[in-house]
Ligand binder design. Sequence first.
Ligand code: GLU
Length: 468
Amino acid sequence: MSHYKFYEQVNKNFDKAARYTKFDKGLLNQIKVCNTVYHVTFPIRRDNGDIEVIEGWRVEHSHHKTPTKGGIRYSHKVDEDETMALAALMTYKCAIVDVPFGGAKGGVKISTRDYSVSELERITRRYTYELIKKGFIGAGVDVPAPDYGTGAREMGWILDTYRQMNEDLNAEGCVTGKPIQQGGIRGRTEATGRGVFFGIREACNVKKDMDKLGLSVGVDGKTFVVQGLGNVGYHASLYMTQAGAKLVGVAEMEGAIYDPNGLDLEKLVEFRKETGSIIGFGNSKELSTNKDALELECDIMIPAALESQITGDNAMKVKAKIIAEAANGPTTADAHEMLKERGALILPDAYLNAGGVVVSYFEWLKNIQHVRYGRMNKRFDEESLTRIVREIEKISGKKFSENEMENLAHGASEYDLVDSGLEETMITAYHQLSEIREEHNLTDLRTASFINAINKIGIMYEQMGIFP
Ligand code: GLU
């Protein structure tokens, strides 16, 4: 385990990249620091009548753009350092994928397994109340979203609490990742994993980079291991296998398994639901510890759990040629250097897992526009396309089947538009990073991603009034 705290790790990466930018020390410091750190304690009543004190945070890292944006994490490991690090990563992440928000993060120090659903609801509503009281939530202020330990259900409670206390026309935009019925957007649940897949696919399509690694072009046929089968790990694995990649190893809290012939993802998820564990699935071999999965033979390693998984202690044993950081901060700064030395291609977290916040941005836009994507144009597009196809039929004498007709004259649904916007964003951002890597003669994309973020944020600060 590295002795550097998480926030320091993020800043080490920042400092490495800052050398390649034109900004002076003062401005760089302004970008780096967390603008506001709110630490709160509040009581909740347990189901048995006891009162318990809960500890939480909300950190707004940068107000160079508003609102600030970032998830809320529920975990017994949450602390101020982690929340600050994750808030900072959100700032850089948003800049890298051109999402016009500053970064923020929230955390509540609880292990969700220790609480009933109604206790979790009371915790979430009370935490939201504390955010409202101190002005840490609102469509134009600070917009939370799901993170580790939270999901659509919690976001629904947050919105409802906010709405009870605010007559705000844009109330729905105060939080993203909500259930569809409460103003959520189609495609948000799978967005982070989907974005991870788009990023990996783009990297694997660059022949020059694959040649360097001794790998063939494309995702098809590549082997991969995933650490964490939560929302992000599961969806990333789903799209990877659909594209022809082979899942050969999985690590979860209870342990890790390996099967060089490939693991059936859906069956594995089913098996875990039934037995409560991945151990003993099919013909897989059990590994001694779940961290051993990081050292498995494979082309692509996808850490999709928590931070500081690949450290100075195990980096030299990681055999994968591509490290695809689906989690936030899975590789420590010293481990990054070791992997780089070895020639591995690291797809950095602040780029690779940005799909969640990208689709959150689309959800927020939908909420402040008060209209679902596709509502105005879907039918109109379908009718125009149908007329064109009918004309083609007349001219060519060919008659299209109902299926073909549906394919040719399909108007985009909300999901189609979200997916296409996400794909476009991930592809564009990847090429921006590769260009910066070339321009500065770098060997890694993480430094390129920080240079990109610092340049975009620095320009905003340069233009901003710094009051006397
Ligand atoms: N918690 C997610 C992240 O780390 C999503 C944040 C958001 O959608 O605001 O990127």
